[in-house]
Design a protein around this ligand. Structure first.
Ligand SMILES: [Zn+2]
Length: 126
């Protein structure tokens, strides 16, 4: 999953043609915030259609000489957006089953490979 590791949240970006806001650096990516709370709670995850909506450079936004013009796909007169300066694609944390979810007994390495606990309960594939 993609995460923004360096970003700036821009509140109430005007979207009317011909307007622009000051933004000192050119972002790597611009996205409209769909759910600021979810974005924050997830540690700035960039999930298209969930936390953010990715906007295309040139079509939807343009940066030049410290000014950002924003005309996103998401409609609204003033939108919250995120200017992404750095991002990282992190794999979801892999989960190792140490205990059988069925009986709660510790699962040995060998049983983990066999896919069932010592009691014969089938372990869920992760
Ligand atoms: Zn079990």
């Amino acid at each position: 999953m993609l995460y923004a590791t360096e970003f700036r949240i821009l509140r109430g970006v005007p979207t009317a043609r011909g307007t622009s806001i000051a933004l000192e650096r050119k972002p790597l990516r611009m996205a409209t915030l769909l759910d600021l709370d979810a974005f924050t709670a997830s540690g700035a995850s960039l999930q298209h259609g969930v936390t953010v909506y990715f906007e295309d450079e040139m079509h939807d936004w343009a940066w030049r000489d410290g000014r950002l013009r924003y005309f996103p796909r998401v409609h609204g007169e003033a939108l919250d957006a995120v200017a992404v300066y750095a991002e990282e694609d992190r794999k979801p944390v892999s989960v190792v089953l140490n205990f059988c979810p069925e009986c709660g007994q510790p699962v040995s390495e060998e049983h983990r490979r066999q896919g069932c606990c010592a009691q014969g309960h089938k372990l869920p594939a992760l």
